[in-house]
Design a protein around this ligand. Sequence first.
Ligand SMILES: NC(=O)C1=CN([C@@H]2O[C@H](COP(=O)(O)OP(=O)(O)OC[C@H]3O[C@@H](n4cnc5c(N)ncnc54)[C@H](OP(=O)(O)O)[C@@H]3O)[C@@H](O)[C@H]2O)C=CC1
Ligand SMILES: O=C(O)[C@@H]1CCC=N1
Length: 287
Amino acid sequence: MEKIGFIGAGSMAEAMIAGLIKGGVFQPEQIIVANHSNTERLQELSKKYRINTTHNKISLVKDVSIIVLAVKPKDIKSSLDGLQEYIHDQLIVSLLAGITIDTINSIIGRQTAVIRAMPNTSAAIAKSATAIAASENVTMSQINKCKALFEAIGICKIVDEGQLDAVTGLSGSGPAYVYFLVEAMEKAAVEVGLDMVVARELIAQTLLGASSMIASSEKSPYQLRKEVTSPNGTTEAGINILKEQDVEKALVSCIKRATERATELKDMFTEELVLSHSKLELNGQSK
Ligand SMILES: NC(=O)C1=CN([C@@H]2O[C@H](COP(=O)(O)OP(=O)(O)OC[C@H]3O[C@@H](n4cnc5c(N)ncnc54)[C@H](OP(=O)(O)O)[C@@H]3O)[C@@H](O)[C@H]2O)C=CC1
Ligand SMILES: O=C(O)[C@@H]1CCC=N1
């Protein structure tokens, strides 16, 4: 029986676990999750999904064929420390923003089969927009297996690793931009006199409808927008405010800055790793 193990038990791990179980890709007994120290969180996940949980990462790594790294980028080194000698044929799927395949291999100390993936939290309802990039050591069959796994919880595109920071800025962080927009729409709805509960349903359906139109229509978003906008009508009046306040520029800057931040995370970590290697060399501990 194939098993998948998550190192990190936060929001993204839970979103994937929920989607994988709902989609029947893995049965709960095939899933193991480990975190650093938060026992209550493991109990919560175990109760909610009936999955296996542990603080013992070594036993997890020995037991699974797919290891999903789901810790914050700053914790990559501590999360892999002590596991190096137990990583052999397992496929490593890293969800970490910015952290490169080279960095992961350098922490493990040799070339391993690593796929970097950038999903989003809509994985929980099988609507993730995921992109993956593989290292040279990954076989075609492992790439296909990983792609199928992410396709079971949404869509999955294969990209070059160099494009993953941009994917992070666009669709990894993307749900948060939409929730930010919805928070503003809800605030406005109440200010113009609507009931909050009714407003939330109307907003959710509006987003669902618009997103389905974008995905299914042959028309461009520009054409679709024009079809809503009657000359001198309400939409035009509203859109003029967005133009006056340069909302387009703000959104472009938002995605560029998030992309840049993923690159900063990578640079920060590479620097840290080089520093810790040179300290080891100074102490004569380097191999
Ligand atoms: N959230 C999102 O929308 C997305 C996140 N990602 C990526 O996924 C990763 C996880 O993000 P997210 O789920 O939001 O993070 P969270 O902060 O919610 O979870 C982080 C988890 O890592 C665990 N952890 C920390 N250090 C260690 C360690 N040394 N060994 C084992 N577990 C450890 C924490 O355990 P404890 O609580 O015990 O400290 C916690 O369970 C990030 O790298 C992020 O870039 C990618 C796409 C989308
Ligand atoms: O905010 C973050 O850094 C992570 C990566 C993409 C979504 N959440």
